[in-house]
Each structure stands twice: as C-alpha cells, then as structure tokens.
Design a protein around this ligand. Structure first.
Ligand code: CMP
Length: 139
C-alpha cells in the first residue's frame, strides 16, 4: 500500500535562524521520505489563499505578514500514517505546550512563529501539496 502524505513548511523564523538542516534531519530520522521540496517565498496572495480557512481569526493579519516575511522550505513527506505521525513529531501549535524533543519545542519561539507547519488531514495534505508543487515536481 502506498505511504500517506503530509505537507510541511519550515517557516520564515526557522529559516532565518539557520534551522533548515537540523529540522530536515529530524524529519528524515523519524522515517519520513521527502517526495517534493523547494525553497520559496509566499506572496501576500499566496499566504491569504493557503490560510483562507483562518481568515476570520484575529491573528490572520499577523499570520500572513509573518509567513510572507522571508523564504520558507515547502516539502511533501511520505510515511504510513504521515499526517498524525508528523503532528506528533512537531508538537503542539504553542511551543510552550509542545512535548520535549518535538520540532516546535526545539526550534519555535511563539505560537505565531512556530517553526513548522503540518497538514491536519489527508485531504488537506493533498490540497496543500498541490498548492506548492506542480505534478512534475512530486516524486
Ligand atoms: P499552523 O498550524 O501551521 O497554521 C495556522 C497557524 O496560525 C498556526 O500554525 C500558528 O502559527 C498560527 N496561529 C494559531 N493560533 C495563533 C494565535 N493565537 N496567534 C498567532 N498565530 C496563531
């Protein structure tokens, strides 16, 4: 059976702070395979579209401003049970509540600047992967 997929972004804070290598290492050590990856920067329209589900939230403006503030690494990851296992690996949205050793506990600074994104469902993993990658960029 084919492995499941999830979409991650290493966010601008973690890229700025030099954590790309350490985060990718933790991801691959945990058994995820990278089937697409790029360094890119979201435009305002990109970020508003990607996070449209959050557009009524009070933090939406802050979220869009932060996510467009510098380059990100976007990647599609594959593993059995990818969505749930990756959310366990990254830890809670708020790094103050993230379990010790998780990516957010190690590298995030706040609930807004929380180092990494992980898809919340198989359906959204597919939508988010296709948002970032053309078919010929997905392996
Ligand atoms: P993520 O789960 O990747 O996608 C939605 C993002 O919204 C989330 O990460 C946080 O970075 C951000 N977010 C969630 N709650 C808050 C909040 N209370 N204040 C600021 N940003 C938030």
């Amino acid at each position: 059976m084919a492995a499941n997929k999830t979409l991650t972004m290493i966010k601008p804070d973690a890229v700025r702070n030099g954590h790309i290598g350490a985060i990718l290492n933790q991801i691959t050590e945990a058994g995820f395979q990278i089937s697409a990856m790029k360094l890119t920067q979201l435009s305002l329209a990109d970020a508003e579209a990607f996070y449209s589900v959050h557009k009524e939230r009070p933090f939406f403006g802050e979220l869009v401003e932060f996510m467009t503030s510098g380059p990100i690494v976007a990647a599609i990851l594959e593993k059995d049970n990818a969505v749930e296992d990756f959310r366990t690996l990254i830890g809670s949205t708020n790094p103050a509540e993230a379990a010790e050793g998780t990516i957010r506990a190690r590298f995030a600074t706040s609930i807004g600047e929380n180092a990494v994104h992980g898809s919340d469902s198989d359906e959204n993993a597919q939508i988010e992967g296709d948002f970032h990658f053309a078919g010929r960029e997905q392996f």
